[in-house]
Design a protein around this ligand. Structure first.
Ligand code: B1M
Length: 213
């Protein structure tokens, strides 16, 4: 197997044996983010495909998730850091009912490496907890992640609940279940503030930077 194929297969197989030396090897050719967005993400997509076709069980997908998390943790030290003063404060949460957190945690890494203070509320976060955190922390924006189809609907509910609570801070949304169109036509109209869709973590950073300008 080529280096790129091996990197994908660690994720698919859910094994870490040989992973770190291969990540080091990859860093000679690619940036840390390119390793994540390229071979590792392709591995994760394959896991999703196999899982969908009942060729993997949840326990196996969890092992794949562990490999992805370990890779991202290792690669974080090689990512570009922008040590500027704090640009803004952002809450991040995976919405109620959803446990997927690898994408959200990647967004946290990218934003905190680029001058943002992040309050990461974790997974399965109900609107009430977001409202409470917003009032306590006085953040500049609220970031919501969700990967399940039902999470897209949960984002609509969350936007409504935030509005009812009188909150109109910008909301940044992302995750595989969402589209720009859904964000604009379904979430946006339920909220008084800006609702912005990010297709990936770097896009999230661009949007955050534009918001803070
Ligand atoms: Co689940 N899962 N899973 N899963 N899982 C999906 C999402 C699924 C598409 C797989 C499939 O069937 N093909 C499917 C959803 C189907 C649907 O609703 N349409 C699915 C399912 C069905 C389930 C369960 C219901 C399975 C079960 O129990 N029967 C269950 C749900 C539990 C729950 O949430 N209540 C479940 C459980 C799990 C595990 C726990 C085993 C594990 C998660 C572990 C963890 O996160 N700690 C898992 C995994 C790993 C996946 C797949 C394979 C990979 C997800 C991932 O981590 N990708 C996934 C299939 C797939 O996506 N290919 C799948 C890598 C990550 C970096 O990408 O999170 O998309 P992602 O983030 C991207 C962008 O989306 C964006 O930036 C990132 C890239 O830079 N982004 C943001 C994300 N959030 C953002 C927020 C932003 C901005 C950008 O701003 C705030």
């Amino acid at each position: 197997l080529s280096l790129e194929e091996r990197l994908g297969s660690y994720v698919v197989e859910g094994t870490k044996e040989g992973l770190l030396p291969d990540l080091d090897e990859a860093l000679k050719k690619y940036s840390a983010m390119d390793v994540i967005n390229g071979p590792l993400m392709r591995g994760m997509e394959e896991v999703g495909r196999l899982f969908n076709g009942n060729e993997l069980i949840v326990a196996e997908v969890l092992q794949s998730a562990e490999v992805m998390k370990a890779s991202v943790n290792y690669l974080e030290q090689f990512m570009e850091k922008n040590e500027s003063s704090v640009k803004g404060k952002i809450i991040l949460a995976t919405v109620k009912g959803d446990v997927h957190d690898i994408g959200k945690n990647l967004v946290e890494i990218i934003l905190s490496n680029n001058g943002y203070k992040i309050i990461n509320l974790g997974i399965k976060v109900p609107p009430e907890q977001l409202i409470e955190a917003y009032r306590k922390e006085k953040v500049d924006a609220i970031g919501l992640s969700g990967l399940l189809v039902k999470s897209a609907q949960q984002m609509v509910i969350t936007a409504q609940d935030l509005r009812t609570a009188g909150i109109d801070a910008p909301i940044l949304v992302g995750g595989a279940a969402l589209t720009r169109k859904f964000t604009k036509t379904r979430i946006g109209p339920e909220y008084d503030g800006l609702v912005l869709y990010a297709k990936d973590a770097m896009d999230g950073l661009d949007i955050a930077n534009k918001l803070m300008d």
